[in-house]
Ligand binder design. Structure first.
Ligand SMILES: NC(=O)c1ccc[n+]([C@@H]2O[C@H](COP(=O)([O-])OP(=O)(O)OC[C@H]3O[C@@H](n4cnc5c(N)ncnc54)[C@H](O)[C@@H]3O)[C@@H](O)[C@H]2O)c1
Ligand SMILES: O=c1ccn([C@@H]2O[C@H](COP(=O)(O)OP(=O)(O)O[C@H]3O[C@H](CO)[C@H](O)[C@H](O)[C@H]3O)[C@@H](O)[C@H]2O)c(=O)[nH]1
Length: 328
C-alpha cells in the first residue's frame, strides 16, 4: 500500500514525505516543481515529476501502485497573487484538485487528506475560530480552497472516499533535524521574512499596521511549527485508516503572537534588525487564532513544538543552511 503525496517537493509536503518514510510507509510524490525542489524529495520516495492535472500521469501512478491515501499539498499559495491572477488559483487549486479527486474515485482510492487554510474564514470577528465559524473568504486563494473542501464533502457523500480537510493557521519553522524547510525565494510569510532580515539577506523588513486593537497595536496570528502540522496529517491518516468519517479540522495552537512579539523573538536570537513601521496590509485581519479542539479530541493530535522561540530557532537554522546551499 502506497501513500501518494502531491506537492511533496514543496515546503510542507517535503516534511510530510520525511515523516511518512520514518513511519515505514511507501511513498510516491507528484510535483511539477513550479515552486518545489527535486532535492527536497528524499531518495527513498519515488518521485514523479509532473502535474496533478495530467490525468494520464495519475492513471499510470494509480494503476502501478495500490494507493491507500492521497495527501494533497500541490497548489498555488500566495494570497496577493491570487487577487491579481484569480484564474490561476481557480485552475491550480480548484480545477486541478477536481481532476485529482476524479482520478481517486475512478481508481477506488479510499482516503484523501487536503491542505486547506484559515484563509477560508475571511474577516474574523471571534477571538478563536472553530470550524463552525462562517466560511466567507475574502480573496480568491481562500475561495479556491473552500470550493475544494465543498467538492470533497459532496464526493465523500456520493462515493467511497473519506477525507480530512485540515485548515492550517500560520505555518512556520523547519524540520528540527535540518533536512528540509521553506526554500522558495521571495517568500512573504512573517517568520521567514524576519529570519531573512535578521541574517542580512534582506536590507530591512516592514511591520504592516500598528493601529490594530491588540495588546501592542500589531496583528495577532497563531504560528504553528511545521512538524506539528505534519503530525496532524499523520493522525488524520491514522483516523481514516481506523474507519473515521470525513471531517474538517483547524490546525493551530489556540493562542497567538503579535507581529512585534515575533520580531522580538527573532531578535532575541540574532540581535536587533532594521524594521520599518508601515500602513496595514490590505486584507489582513487583526486576530486569527484557531480553536483546534477538534484536531486534539477527534484526531488525537498532540503538538510537541508549541514554543515560538523553538519555531524561530528552527527557521533560522534552515535559513542559514539554505544560504550555504546557494553559495555552495
Ligand atoms: N505555507 C502556509 O502557511 C500554508 C498555510 C495554509 C495552507 N497551505 C497549503 O499547504 C499546501 C503546501 O503549501 P507550501 O507552503 O508547502 O507551498 P509550496 O509552494 O512550497 O508547495 C507547493 C508544492 O506543490 C507543487 N505544485 C504546485 N502546483 C502543482 C501542480 N499543478 N501539480 C504538481 N505539483 C504542483 C509545487 O511545485 C510545490 O512543490 C498548499 O496547498 C497551501 O495552499 C500553506
Ligand atoms: O513582512 C511582513 C510579513 C507579514 N507581516 C504581518 O504578519 C502577519 C502574518 O502575515 P503572513 O503573511 O505571515 O501570514 P497571513 O496571516 O497573512 O497568511 C497566512 O496564513 C493564512 C492562514 O491564517 C493563510 O494560510 C495564508 O495562506 C498564509 O499566507 C500579518 O499581520 C502581516 O501583516 C508583517 O508585518 N510584515
Amino acid at each position: 500500500m502506497t501513500v501518494l503525496v502531491t506537492g511533496g517537493a514543496g515546503y510542507i509536503g517535503s516534511h510530510m514525505v520525511h515523516a511518512l518514510l520514518a513511519l515505514g510507509e511507501d511513498v510516491v510524490v507528484v510535483d511539477n516543481l513550479v515552486t518545489g525542489f527535486d532535492w527536497a524529495v528524499p531518495p527513498a520516495a519515488r518521485f514523479e515529476r509532473g502535474d496533478i492535472a495530467d490525468r494520464s500521469l495519475l492513471d499510470r501512478i494509480m494503476g502501478e501502485n495500490e494507493i491507500d491515501a492521497v495527501i494533497h499539498f500541490a497548489g498555488s499559495v500566495v494570497v496577493p497573487e491570487s487577487v491579481r491572477d484569480p484564474l490561476k488559483y481557480y485552475d491550480n487549486n480548484t480545477a486541478a484538485s477536481r481532476l485529482l479527486i476524479e482520478a481517486c474515485v475512478a481508481h477506488g482510492v479510499p482516503r484523501f487528506i487536503f491542505s486547506s487554510t484559515a484563509a477560508v474564514y475571511g474577516e474574523v470577528s471571534a477571538e478563536t475560530l472553530t470550524e463552525d465559524a462562517a466560511a466567507q473568504p475574502i480573496n480568491p486563494y481562500g475561495r479556491s480552497k473552500l470550493m475544494t473542501e465543498w467538492m470533497l464533502r459532496d464526493v465523500s457523500a456520493a462515493h467511497d472516499l473519506e477525507h480530512v480537510a485540515l485548515r492550517y493557521f500560520n505555518v512556520a519553522g523547519a524540520d528540527p533535524d535540518g533536512r528540509t524547510g521553506q526554500s522558495t525565494a521571495g517568500a512573504t510569510h512573517l517568520i521567514k521574512v524576519a529570519c531573512e532580515t535578521a541574517l542580512g539577506q534582506r536590507s530591512s523588513m516592514a511591520i504592516f499596521g500598528t493601529d490594530y486593537e491588540t495588546r501592542d497595536g500589531t496583528a495577532i496570528r497563531d504560528y504553528i511549527h511545521v512538524s506539528d502540522l505534519i503530525e496532524a496529517h499523520v493522525q488524520a491518516l491514522r483516523y481514516l485508516r481506523n474507519g473515521g468519517k470525513s471531517l474538517t479540522a483547524n490546525v493551530g495552537y489556540g493562542r497567538g503572537y503579535t507581529v512585534k512579539e515575533v520580531v522580538a523573538a527573532v531578535e532575541r536570537q540574532t540581535g536587533a534588525m532594521p524594521v520599518e513601521l508601515r500602513e496595514r496590509r490590505a486584507g489582513d485581519s487583526a486576530v486569527v487564532v484557531a480553536d483546534a479542539s477538534r484536531a486534539r479530541d477527534v484526531l488525537e493530535w498532540t503538538p510537541r513544538y508549541d514554543d515560538l522561540d523553538l519555531i524561530v530557532k528552527h527557521a533560522l537554522a534552515w535559513q542559514k543552511a539554505l544560504d550555504q546551499r546557494k553559495q555552495g
